[in-house]
Each structure stands twice: as structure tokens, then as C-alpha cells.
Design a protein around this ligand. Structure first.
Ligand code: PGA
Length: 266
């Protein structure tokens, strides 16, 4: 399994800011073997065309923060997968916590988006995670299983090769978030892996990359990436400065390559 590292810049950064950020990131990652590490950046829609120009001949994949679930039609305000592909997008984030909990998206909508992304050759990064309240009620595992089983209901084992899953507990995300402990994140990643085994069979499920996200920073990244079942990190604030993200990538890559044979036993 490769190492997966990416960031979503949310509703921050203008076109000029995104391009200068990406130029620095691209230059700093040219020596990274993309067969070993997959790096992706998901900036806002209006930046995608210019971002794609900047990223040409580099090692960074471009992603979009959302997508409509049809190729075209009467869906004002939505973006089609064809339009995303036209501007060089390869990844599409689906069901980020802010889409679900601030903008009211449902598991059923995420299911349609996952299907639409797959049939159009985009890589869906499906984000799942429980709220603080669900955690307090002891419902975390059920919530994760439900989110996966609905969103991935129509996905075949063969198509699962194209998936990426980000586990992002809602209570861990953003300025008021508290990062999950390495133990907690590993436990939930195991639940996710088990659910994927039920859906796709063990051989396919083991190959689906599982990323942890939610207040990842320079202090906790090294430990998180050594935990069992964590194949990558999905980073917000700590990656929005190119220099900081490059430093994080270097540290994580180093720890990851050393620890592949000696993962933390919890
Ligand atoms: P954060 O964001 O790292 O700033 O908590 C994570 C996310 O929203 O994916």
C-alpha cells in the first residue's frame, strides 16, 4: 500500500493564493515517487482551472470539494463530473463533515455522488465520521457502518480499487476540534476495514486506502501514521501553508517508511 497525504483548503484561498501555494508545493515534491506516495490537494472550484495549469508535470493530484450526481441536467449550482475532468480534476471529495452537518447532505446523496464519480473515472474520497453526540451515545461504530453501507451500496469489488475513504470524526475537525487519539482512530479504522470486508471481500477491502483526518498536526502526525490500518492523513489547517505541509510530508514519509514493518501494537 502507498502512503496517502492530502489537504482540502475549504472556502479559503483566492486563485492567486492557491496558485502560489501550489507552485511551492509542486517544487517541493518533485523528487517524491508517486508510486510510493500519493499527494493530493483539493482547492475551491474557481481555482481549479489555474491550479491544474500550475500542477502540470508535477506529482500532486488535483481534487474538487464536491460534485453533482449527474453528468448534466437541471441542477443549478451543481458541478458536473465532466466539467471537473475538463479542468484536470482526478479526485473528488464526497460527504465532508461540513457538507453533511452544515449544508444538510445525506447518505443517500453521497451514494449517488460516489456512483457518478466512479462511472466518470474520478477517484471518490468518501468522508465519514460520527458526531460528538453519537460518540457519547456509543453509536460511533453503527454510524460509520451505516455511512459506508449506504454510500457504497452499488459499488462493485472491482470498482472499490478506485475508492479512498477518510475517517474524520466530526468532533475532531476544525478550530474547535480535538484530535482523536491514535488508539481511538486505529479502533475506528478497524471497524471501517471490517465493514469494507463485508462489502467487497477481504482481498479487495484490504487494498482500499483509509486516511485519518481531524486536527492532524506536526505533533500527532507521526504517531497516527504508525497506527494499524491508517494508510494516510487528510489534513486541513496544518497543511495550508506550503512550507508547513512540505515539512509534514517529509516527516510522515520518513516515519512511514521506517515503520512499515514495525507498526504500533495497541
Ligand atoms: P482540520 O480539518 O485538519 O483543520 O481539522 C480537517 C478537515 O476538515 O478535513
Amino acid at each position: 500500500m502507498k502512503l496517502y497525504l492530502g489537504t482540502n483548503t475549504k472556502m479559503y484561498k483566492t486563485i492567486a493564493q492557491t496558485c502560489s501555494y501550489l507552485r511551492e508545493l509542486k517544487d517541493g515534491t518533485l523528487n517524491i515517487d508517486s508510486d510510493e506516495v500519493e499527494i493530493f490537494v483539493i482547492p475551491s472550484f474557481t481555482t481549479l482551472f489555474s491550479a491544474n495549469m500550475v500542477l502540470q508535470d508535477g506529482n500532486i493530484l488535483l481534487g474538487a470539494q464536491n460534485m453533482g450526481w449527474e453528468e448534466e441536467g437541471q441542477f443549478s449550482g451543481e458541478i458536473s463530473p465532466l466539467m471537473l475532468r475538463e479542468v484536470g480534476v482526478r479526485y473528488v471529495m464526497i460527504g465532508h463533515s461540513e457538507r453533511r452537518h452544515v449544508l444538510g447532505e445525506t447518505d443517500e446523496m453521497e451514494r449517488k455522488r460516489v456512483n457518478c464519480a466512479l462511472r466518470n473515472g474520478l477517484t471518490p474520497l468518501l468522508c465519514i465520521g460520527e458526531t460528538d453526540e453519537e460518540k457519547a451515545l456509543g453509536l460511533s461504530n453503527e454510524v460509520l457502518r451505516k455511512q459506508l453501507k449506504i454510500a457504497l451500496h452499488d459499488v462493485s469489488p472491482e470498482e472499490s480499487k478506485q475508492l479512498r475513504i477518510a475517517y474524520e470524526p466530526v468532533w475532531a475537525i476544525g478550530v474547535n476540534g480535538k484530535p482523536a487519539s491514535c488508539e481511538y482512530a486505529a479502533e475506528k479504522h478497524a471497524v471501517i476495514r471490517e465493514t469494507l470486508c463485508e462489502l467487497f471481500g477481504t482481498d479487495y477491502a484490504e487494498k482500499v486506502p483509509l486516511l485519518y483526518g481531524g486536527s492532524v498536526n506536526a505533533e500527532n502526525a507521526e504517531r497516527l501514521i504508525r497506527a494499524p490500518q491508517i494508510d494516510g492523513l487528510f489534513i486541513g489547517r496544518s497543511a495550508w501553508n506550503a512550507g508547513n505541509f512540505l515539512k509534514l510530508i517529509e516527516v510522515i514519509r520518513d516515519v512511514w517508511s521506517k515503520s512499515r514493518s514495525e507498526r504500533i501494537v495497541l
